[in-house]
Ligand binder design. Sequence first.
Ligand code: MF3
Ligand code: CO
Length: 249
Amino acid sequence: MAIMLKTPQEIEKMRISGIALRRVHDTLAPHVVAGATTMDLEEIAIARIAELGGKAAFKGYHGYPFALCTSVNEEVVHGMPNKKRVLKEGDILSIDCGVIIDGYYSDAAVTYAVGKVDPKIQKLLDVTQASLEAAIEQCQVGGRLFDISATVQELCEAEGFGVVREFVGHGIGRSMHEDPQVPNFGTRGKGLRLKPGMVLAIEPMINAGAPEVRVLADGWTAVTVDGSYSAHFEHTVAVTKEGPVVLTR
Ligand code: MF3
Ligand code: CO
């Protein structure tokens, strides 16, 4: 598949989609508390997306049944909302959501601490989020795709964390997944040249321990092989002549 460069008008539409998605995340955030279930969050998201005039991008995608991916602790990505999964103090929860507004997709994820978490796990969250912010800064016209990748890898590996290889970020636009793939590992100075109009979903998935992951028998939930906790942050970012524009902020 070729890379679909977006016009400024299309980026403006993607920004509208991204702002709606941010509102969904903002609505969910205060509900990430001990005693809530991941299905409670799903129900809130469904209602909020409808209220905003959007469509849940994940629901029905390759048969995925929910609007959210809710990945707890050692779950890396694609954890499924479950009314029996009750959050407790010390857990971490990644909420990943995508919406479609007027045909344009946006995709963003946040990992929350439920109450107070182990300091090493808080560091995992902080470093993963900081690696996303640093990666966003690499979205400059004339830069290289793997500058983004290397930035995440270097920052996270410097702290001894494991960078997941099996899942990657992606181009996004009128489909959720477009070219190019955006790995969280790679060689600085390599990869395709970034051009105005590229829109990328950048999503570091970082394990407190080893990088290896496996998928559970449900066919979706990816977990760390060593049982270590995993963090995931994601933004949808446009490359423009004026620099990176985070559409999901
Ligand atoms: N943020 C994830 C991604 O970019 C969400 C896809 S989950 C799915 O791939 F359930 F929709 F597949
Ligand atoms: Co994504």
